[in-house]
Ligand binder design. Structure first.
Ligand SMILES: [Zn+2]
Ligand SMILES: [Zn+2]
Length: 643
């Protein structure tokens, strides 16, 4: 029999028989690995261990020691859920049930479920797990598969139609009386699901499109061990407490009311106070690093979006308007505006790099079902920067950007991961410029001493990029700052500068954002700090609590003094007990409370209490102001209490 070669994760090639499956490959590598094989990956995609390999495939073997094992286990738990559901509610129709980062879900219809039903389903799931049914893959012809669902389940038919149109063999997975159309992979038997829990019910749309049927989404999670499940549930409780949507309302930071439209956040004064601090922090850095601020409108003729290529690739995500028979679009990106500004005059090589900055509002039409708090919105602001540079300036420019990003990460005390994504299969730009650009990015990262992952082939078609992901206090990952080189837009806009040789040359465009989007960053901060913002960010930095109305005049004089030093201060003048005033300030997470009664007025002093419940009496107001000024300036550390 003829042989084919597959590529192992370490880059070596292995010759295997032409009809080999992933598990056969595993046996070729070693008998132990063959026995332990649960599933595998071909070209990065998780597939069943029975999947045949082809010449040149990059393959990975998944065992119960692999990271991917949890995905396989969770998808198997989704099947166990579906089996239990059908046992209890035989009218239910199944649609899709994938694994997720947090567990799994199954979208269903035809049955009215509420959270009270989940316990019964869980009990049934436990029986299925205890029975330890074998999970077996079988295949049917297309016609047989269609016949199973015809007149029964239009969703499964739709899946067959769209995702298996050309397949002549369709795989199903069976366990006892249950079977499901499925690509797999799965664990070998239901007993391998160590611990699971159904979490909640929400609604969704078929294929995420609000024009389609509404479905019921049941969320669950599964782990190998009970202890891991418990740890996850504890984290989840904590996450609920810190949820930015909940804190956003409690702390009066922002809202997204139905009347104004979905995904269109309104910042309240408290939220905007924080945003203004973020804006000035970014602006100060942009000033220091030689950026010029520009401003562009929210709306452009679609001619511009055609020139930039956004119209071709992005039009479904754009908000378009018809004005006097001409088509306009709300901007999904700021770059084309900045490229146009650059193009409005001529440049010599001596003028470069040119750096433009704008906190630019952009609009992207996400599916309504995908919108969530500040993490997925229709309107958001990017702290955008675009640099037009000569190719040999890439390294020093990116080096500066990395310093700026590093300052952001340090200041806000955020954990992060860095990825360098290099040239994908489809790309624009010459080999020479890609090689030059990638080696400059690599050398910046090497010099920066940051740990980074190389994601080969994951760059944008127009250039390589460095992406940062934040981990919040609960270990969840969020898109953060980014640095992207772009060889495409300068072509599309025909950007040039005159070189020392008097010829026209193409600049490289660098896109960068230090926060990413303000919305996403704000969300991360709310949850990271649990609403207890450091002093410089806190919307209300000091609250003065007079014990009675007699101290109101004194309280106002203190307030004026603090405001003269640019602090945000309020007086709690409701006729509450001091205890209640303190509790309220604590709930509002105000960093400092200043308590004034008759003694303080007489002595010209104050009592200070912070949100960590530390207290100091007989403090001179001037000493307190000095302390606040130091703490505000020293953004990252929390100084000792009135030391
Ligand atoms: Zn499945
Ligand atoms: Zn850009």
């Amino acid at each position: 029999m003829s042989e084919i070669a597959v590529i192992l994760p370490d880059g070596t090639e292995l010759a295997v028989p032409e009809d080999a499956t992933l598990q056969d490959v595993a046996y070729e590598i070693g008998p132990g690995l063959g026995d332990d094989t649960v599933a595998g990956k071909i070209e990065g995609e998780l597939v069943d261990k029975e999947t045949p390999v082809s010449e040149g495939d990059r393959i990975e073997i998944v065992t119960d020691q692999s990271d991917e094992y949890l995905d396989v286990l969770r998808h198997s738990a989704a099947h166990v859920f579906a089996q239990a559901l059908l046992r209890l509610h035989d009218d239910a129709k199944l649609t899709i049930g994938p694994w997720t980062d947090e567990g799994f879900y199954y979208d269903i219809t035809g049955v009215d479920l509420d959270e009270d039903d989940l316990q019964d389903i869980e009990n049934e799931m436990q029986e299925i797990v205890d029975e330890d049914y074998d999970i077996e893959r079988t295949t049917y012809s297309r016609d047989e598969a269609v016949a199973k669902y015809e007149g029964e389940n239009p969703y499964k038919l739709d899946i067959l139609d769209r995702e298996a149109a050309d397949a002549d063999e369709i795989s199903f997975y069976e366990q006892a009386e249950f079977e499901d159309l499925c690509r797999g992979p799965h664990v070998e038997s239901t007993g391998q699901i160590g611990a699971f829990k159904l979490l909640n019910i929400s609604s969704s749309y078929w294929r995420g499109d609000e024009e389609n049927d509404t479905l019921t989404r049941v969320h669950g999670t599964a782990f190998e061990k009970e202890s891991q499940l418990e740890e996850f549930l504890d984290m989840r409780e904590e996450a609920k407490e810190r949820d930015h949507r909940k804190l956003g309302q409690e702390l009066d930071l922002f809202s997204i009311p139905t009347v104004t439209g979905p995904g269109l956040p309104l910042y309240h004064p408290n939220g905007k106070a924080i945003l203004r601090e973020l804006e000035s922090f970014g602006e100060a850095m942009n000033d220091e690093y030689g950026y010029d601020y520009v401003e562009t409108p929210h709306l452009f003729r679609t001619e511009l979006w055609k020139q930039s290529g956004h119209y071709d690739n992005y039009v479904d995500d754009m908000f378009l308007l018809d004005v006097n028979d001409e088509e306009y679009g709300l901007k999904p990106m700021n770059c084309p505006g900045h490229a146009t500004i650059f193009n409005e005059r001529s440049w010599s090589y001596r003028d470069l790099p040119v750096r433009y900055a704008e906190n630019g509002k952009v609009y992207r039409k996400e599916q309504r079902g995908e919108l969530s708090g500040l993490s997925r919105v229709w309107a958001f602001t990017i702290d955008d920067g675009h640099i037009f540079a000569r190719p040999e300036q890439i390294e020093s420019e990116v080096d500066d950007i990395m310093d700026m990003i590093y300052e952001v990460l340090e200041t806000f005390d955020l954990d992060y991961e860095v990825q360098l994504a290099t040239r994908p299969e489809k790309s624009v730009g010459s080999d020479e410029i890609w090689e030059k650009a990638e080696s400059q990015l690599e050398s910046v990262l090497e010099n920066s001493k940051m740990d980074y992952d190389l994601e080969a082939g994951d760059g944008a078609f127009y250039g390589p990029k460095i992406d940062f992901a934040f981990s919040d206090a609960l270990g969840r990952k969020w898109d953060g700052p980014t640095v992207q080189l772009d060889f495409n837009m300068p072509e599309r806009f025909d950007l040039t500068y005159t070189g020392a040789d008097n010829e026209d040359h193409r600049p490289v465009m660098i896109h960068r954002a230090l926060y990413g989007s303000f919305e996403r960053f704000f969300m991360v901060l709310i949850e990271h700090f649990n609403g207890k913002f450091p002093l410089w960010l806190a919307p209300e930095q000091v609250r003065i609590l007079p014990i009675s109305d007699d101290e109101l005049g004194y309280a106002h004089r203190l307030k004026n003094d603090l405001e003269d030093n640019d602090f945000r201060v309020d007086i709690e003048d409701r006729s509450w007990t001091l205890g209640r005033k303190i509790r309220e300030a604590q709930t509002d997470r105000v960093p400092y409370m200043v308590i004034v009664g008759g003694d303080e007025v007489e002595d010209g002093t104050i009592s200070v209490r912070d949100r960590k419940e530390r207290e100091a009496q007989d403090v001179a107001p001037g000493e307190f102001v000095d302390h606040l000024i130091d703490e505000r300036a020293d953004k990252r550390e929390e100084p000792d209490f009135l030391a």
